[in-house]
Ligand binder design. Structure first.
Ligand code: PSU
Ligand code: MN
Length: 302
């Protein structure tokens, strides 16, 4: 049932009504994940890649008291310009930003929620939230992980950044019953690099095989979604030593400055980008485009 707060862009609504493939896209990656103007340019390119691969893009955000599924050019530009002035909205934040009629950028968790409300089952992004390093002390575990356990949307990503504790993130997903699928890989990619040292649960070779596993999961009434991990294309991967050094420094600074809660991930993303002099941004853009293409192909198979 569609709810009274949902605005589905006509092109998206038509595709959904006709059973055509639709891919959801998040907006925190635009406002908090990349600097302006590359964030807006990337958001446009990602939408185009989804179209080029046979699906309709639906970027999700909360604007003027409405849950928006499918954004026009003006909305993408506004989110990109707002940057950290937009409210980063996870599950807990949705009703408050709606009530304030504020500008809300949706995370993986809240994008999944709103996509599911609209009947969209596939979502493509860059990286997911996870269990942070030092979570034994801080309890910093992204709400994204709980969302995977309860909301029926598959999220195509490039694995988890090593700003996170990748091993603990996988343990948490296992406990929550969330499958981690590797697209043509046995190893979970670590966002900027194709390797993490950790295995995925299932390696699948094609969008059709992924779609079939998802269909079975949902036909059986098993709650929740799945992580589809798609390694960054080899030619865009970063040297591990470069990225490890930047992440180590960003983590040290976050600790020294007492950064915590919802600020933690955006702080680390921005510092890693600055410390690598834009190299990580170029890699980030390429992996998101790559995920958009795979997301569209999975949606077309579903
Ligand atoms: N990781 C990235 N890029 C991102 C994010 C995570 O590589 O843009 C964003 C996503 O929106 C993700 C959110 O859902 O950060 C997780 O934030 P937190 O750790 O506060 O749950
Ligand atoms: Mn957190």
């Amino acid at each position: 049932m569609l709810n009274a707060y949902l605005d589905i862009q006509p092109v998206v609504a038509e595709a959904l009504a006709a059973g055509k493939p639709v891919v959801a896209l998040e907006s925190t990656i635009i406002s908090h994940g990349m600097p302006y103007p590359q964030n807006v340019e990337t958001a446009r390119q990602v939408e185009q890649v989804v179209r080029d691969n046979g699906a309709v893009p639906a970027t999700i955000a909360i604007i003027d008291g409405r849950l928006k599924v499918g954004l026009d050019e003006g909305a993408l530009e506004a989110l990109g310009r707002a940057g950290h002035a937009a409210t980063k909205c996870s599950r807990r934040d949705i009703p408050f930003v709606l009530a304030n009629k504020g500008l809300g950028a949706t995370t993986v968790a809240s994008t999944m929620i709103i996509a599911a409300m609209a009947g969209i089952r596939v979502f493509a992004t860059g990286g997911i939230g996870g269990v942070h390093r030092g979570a034994q002390e801080t309890f910093d575990i992204s709400a994204d992980l709980q969302e995977f356990a309860q909301t029926p949307v598959a999220v195509v990503c490039a694995g988890a950044k090593s700003i996170l504790d990748i091993g603990l993130t996988l343990e948490y997903l296992e406990t929550q019953g969330v499958p981690v699928i590797g697209y043509q890989t046995e190893e979970l990619p670590a966002f900027y690099t194709r390797e993490s040292g950790f295995k995925v649960d299932y390696r699948l070779e094609s969008p059709a095989a992924i779609a079939e596993a998802l269909r079975l999961k949902w036909e059986l009434g098993l709650a929740g979604g799945a992580v589809v991990a798609n390694p960054i294309p080899t030619q865009f991967a970063m040297p591990k030593a470069d990225i490890d050094a930047a992440i180590a420094q960003a983590l040290r600074e976050a600790d020294e400055q007492g950064v915590k809660g919802k600020e933690s991930t955006p702080f680390l993303l921005a510092r890693v980008c600055e410390l690598t002099g834009g190299n990580s941004l170029a890699a980030n853009i390429q992996l998101v485009l790559n995920n958009a293409a795979l997301g569209a192909r999975i949606a077309a198979s579903l």
